[in-house]
Design a binder for this molecule. Structure first.
Ligand code: ADP
Ligand code: MG
Length: 359
């Protein structure tokens, strides 16, 4: 995989895939973490004398336009905004150092990984830099097809993410603990299946714990479960002693909404021996303060263990950020789905397009 060290930046016109896919509510960015993680690569390219067009998608709103003042503030730079693909040649012919193109998902060619769309994006550029780790599990035009049309390089964030996550994967099973919570069995079960033999223990909470208990034939009452979980959990040894499941809960109306204090204690004592912890997914419905306790306790236990800690997932990050703990972990991944796919051992299309060998 070629990186910024291999790119002659001076005078280069760079198509830069950034990650600005942040939650927005009432027109306000709720969590700037992913945007902040782009600053270093943008700064390095511009300081090296490159001109860059940033391309990115956003899912919480249709357009970047109303967010521009906030975006400029967070990245600490002025840049212009290109609403149409036809504005790209004008940018290239000018002298402005930085611009942002409208939400790439405005164009159907993005999700279709359409080579024609990729050509419209990339024509006139000298190089493509991908710094959007969190979309690398998607074969979309701005992460995959464009990489086939230009000399392509990994930005600093992709270098950091791949090096941190592969270090976590290759750490010895002895002392390695995985904590899985949240929902979406489809993305979490493959990680459990793949990491169970490679970890000392996997601790589960959240909806995914309900899924496992249900698959074991236990009564989860009216708790939320993933309808596909039984199918997904086939082939996972649900009685593996390395799989630590909760056995008490905080419940309302017969729904398990947080794991209980006995389970938290058991998890805390398991984590005391950890040398490496990988954590994705809250232990309960943390958005409601009544069901935040286990997530808070686990967030603290991970820090107190003194282990190397790698955490990721949009909701996990907002939970620990609301506790003021985000800076206390060794590494915070910007990837939710991408981090999980990487940990499962999948070849991510966006990384493969950069020549990354995940084996
Ligand atoms: P992340 O974004 O960190 O990967 P997920 O998106 O998988 O996490 O899951 C987070 C969501 O799961 C939150 O909205 C949280 O409220 C919900 N959740 C966790 N545990 C429960 C539970 N026991 N019952 C209902 N919802 C839960
Ligand atoms: Mg989430």
């Amino acid at each position: 995989m070629k990186t910024l060290k291999d790119l002659t930046t001076s005078g280069a016109k760079v198509l830069l895939r950034v990650d600005f896919d942040v939650p927005v509510a009432d027109g306000v960015i709720q969590e700037p973490f992913r945007i902040e993680k782009q600053k270093e690569t943008i700064g390095k390219l511009l300081a090296g004398g490159a001109r860059a067009l940033m391309i990115a998608h956003i899912t919480s709103v249709d357009s970047f336009e109303p967010l521009l003042p906030e975006l400029r503030k967070i990245i600490g730079r002025e840049f212009s905004f290109l609403k149409k693909l036809e504005d790209i040649p004008t940018f290239l012919a000018g002298s402005e150092s930085l611009a942002l193109l409208e939400n790439t998902r405005t164009w159907p060619g993005e999700k279709d990984n359409d080579p024609e769309f990729a050509k419209q994006l990339s024509t006139g550029f000298d190089a493509y830099v991908n710094n959007a780790f969190a979309v690398c599990h998607r074969a979309h035009a701005s992460v995959d097809a464009v990489a086939k049309l230009l000399p392509s390089y990994a930005g600093l964030l992709i270098e950091e993410e791949t090096s941190q996550l592969s270090q976590a994967l290759s750490a010895p099973a002895e002392g390695k603990f995985v904590i899985m919570g949240g929902a979406k069995a489809e993305t979490k079960v493959p990680v459990i299946r793949s990491l169970l033999p490679k970890a000392q223990a996997i601790l589960v909470g959240g909806v995914i714990a309900n899924d496992i208990l249900k698959a074991r034939g236990e009564d989860v009452q009216k708790s939320i479960v993933d309808e596909n979980s039984a199918e997904l959990l086939k082939g996972v040894d649900l009685r593996d002693p390395k799989l630590l499941v909760p056995d008490d809960f905080v419940a309302t109306d017969n729904m398990f909404l947080d794991i209980g204090s006995q389970s938290v204690k058991a998890f805390e004592s398991a984590l005391e021996h950890a040398k490496m912890i990988i954590w994705n997914g809250p232990m309960g419905k943390f958005e409601d303060a009544r069901y935040m306790n286990a997530t808070r306790a686990i967030a603290e236990a991970v820090i107190d263990s003194g282990a190397l800690s790698i955490i990721g997932g949009g909701d996990t990050i907002s939970a620990v950020n609301s506790l003021g703990l985000l800076k206390r972990y060794s590494f915070v991944s910007t990837g939710g789905g991408a981090m999980l796919a990487f940990l499962t051992g999948d070849q991510l299309p966006g990384l493969a397009a950069l020549g990354y060998d995940h084996s």
